[in-house]
Design a binder for this molecule. Structure first.
Ligand code: GSH
Length: 479
């Protein structure tokens, strides 16, 4: 029986799944969900389909999975004929994963904070507030595409299929200038020539038409000044220097980057206080790996030095160095470490259904929980806020509610086995619990039990040390 996809063509994430299915030659039974009518919030949808009430959600022979990235990886694993779209090569896959989490945590946030409020919540958005962040995202894409025609190398991968709908939707809001972003423009043109692009085209046109009445960008004739400031999220500022650290070859026709990667001792650039870095520390401990830990002082700006930017243009910790291979994004790093150095696959199972659930939880952290925490931390640290805004705290509580539901009948977040999804989520959730929105055991009994279970791990201390530092920092900013 064909898998069922709950979707709306207007949503970039749903279009990504449609493009993947088309590429795989897979027919899906499509059930349209109208977000404007809150059809994702009916008790049937919440109880039977997806308690996190997001689309796309896929049901395949009784197996339910949501998050477009997790769905696409699952479909390729189950229905793909070879590893074309999602290479089995550990390094190639790590790069694809990194781009997927870039989509999840950076690009998709524009959907959540600009498009969805405009379309469904009737918020007036001043695009001027977001233009700098959007241009930084375009600039990063431009760098990613400097050496290769596709976003993770020479071939189309699921990272392209995820990013094409997100970026082309952003292009409707803030047009991409060919002179400023030639690589990005060429990539979009290449994407438009793909047979699967038809699955993006229809929804993109619908989005364009819908926004026509609501949007204030220069491609429409409406007046900017009629839109007031709204929107709680700002993408962390970043500067782009070079992608050389990841891809050393500028001529993709002549050279396979994997050949150029020399192996050496593993190094992790980290900050103990950083939840993302702590998830990698937990993974390293669980795998018993010998890794040189290099502390990066974020307050002193050590992540903004030219040397560090060469390793990671997004200047985030953690960043992994494995010989000449550099990888950022904790979720991608943790998956890479287990795939490459794990004695078995228990922390990141190879079984397609189990892996899809772990992937979905990883994207729940990178796309939902972590950015909600980030919005609060940025307001306190850089915005001069002295209190935690109620709207932002409520979003954290909503994420707790989702996690509480996800933990039903499970010891760990993705089932009864410990996985890297536990490491990502414990690092973020324990930080939130310590100083931002405390978790009451009577409201969230399952989360509380899971926290205790995680605290009992022999190597949990590495997280606790950072949580205590994080708590001290947050408390020092609160009035
Ligand atoms: N999705 C990324 C997020 C990493 C991240 O934002 N790290 C923060 C510390 S928690 C950071 O390095 N901030 C410094 C900056 O962005 O300049 C991951 O999982 O690694």
């Amino acid at each position: 029986m064909a898998p069922t996809l709950y979707m709306s063509e207007i949503s970039p994430s749903c279009r990504a799944v449609l493009m993947a299915a088309k590429t795989l030659g897979l027919t899906l039974k499509v059930k349209k969900i109208d977000l404007a009518k809150n059809e994702q919030l009916t008790s049937h949808f919440l109880k039977q389909i997806n308690p996190q009430h997001t689309i796309p959600t896929l049901i395949d022979n009784g197996f339910v999975i949501w998050d477009s990235h997790a769905i696409i990886a699952f479909l390729v694993g189950k229905y793909g004929n070879d590893d074309e779209l999602y290479s089995q090569d550990i390094m190639e896959r790590a790069l694809i994963d990194q781009r997927l989490h870039f989509d999840s945590s950076v690009v998709n946030n524009f959907t959540r904070t600009i498009l969805n409020p405009m379309l469904y919540e009737h918020f007036n958005i001043n695009l001027d507030d977001h233009k700098v962040s959007i241009h930084k995202t375009y600039a990063l894409m431009e760098k990613f595409l400097r050496s290769f025609p596709w976003i993770a190398g020479r071939k189309v991968t699921i990272a392209d299929l995820s990013l094409i709908p997100s970026i082309t939707s952003l292009n409707v809001l803030v047009p991409i200038d060919k002179a400023e972003y030639p690589n990005l423009t060429n990539w979009i043109e290449r994407a438009e020539a793909l047979p699967c692009y038809v699955e993006n085209k229809n929804g993109l046109n619908q989005l364009r038409n819908l926004l026509h009445g609501k949007c204030c960008c220069p491609c429409f004739s409406l007046d900017w000044s009629s839109f007031c400031v709204r929107g709680w999220f700002k993408v962390l500022p970043y500067r782009v220097i070079s992608e050389k650290a990841i891809i050393r070859c500028s001529d993709f026709e002549q050279c396979e980057y994997r050949v150029l990667i020399k192996m050496g001792k593993l190094k992790l650039y980290y900050a103990q206080m950083s939840p993302a870095a702590r998830s990698s520390l937990l993974t390293i401990e669980a795998l018993g790996l010998d890794v040189e830990l290099v502390p990066i002082n974020l307050v002193a700006g050590e992540h903004l030095t030219p040397q560090f930017l060469k390793k990671n243009p997004l200047h985030t910790v953690p960043t992994l160095e494995d010989g000449d291979f550099h990888l950022f994004d904790s979720h991608a790093i943790n998956a890479y470490l287990v795939s490459k150095y794990g004695k078995d696959d228990s922390l990141y199972p190879k079984d397609p259904e189990k892996r899809a659930i772990v992937d979905q939880r990883l994207h729940f952290d990178s796309g939902i929980v972590f950015p909600r925490m980030g919005a609060i931390v940025v307001a306190l640290l850089r915005g001069g806020a002295k209190t935690i805004e109620k709207d932002k705290a409520d979003l954290v509580s909503q994420a707790y509610q989702s996690l509480e539901t996800l933990l039903e009948g499970k010891k760990y977040v993705a089932g009864n086995e410990l996985t890297i999804a536990d490491f990502s989520l414990i690092a973020t959730i324990s930080s939130l619990n310590s100083a931002i929105v405390p978790i009451a055991s009577n409201t969230y009994p399952r989360i509380s039990e899971w926290l205790s279970r995680m605290q009992a791990l022999p190597y949990y201390k590495t997280n606790q040390i950072g949580v205590d530092q994080f708590k001290g920092m947050i408390q020092s900013k609160l009035a």
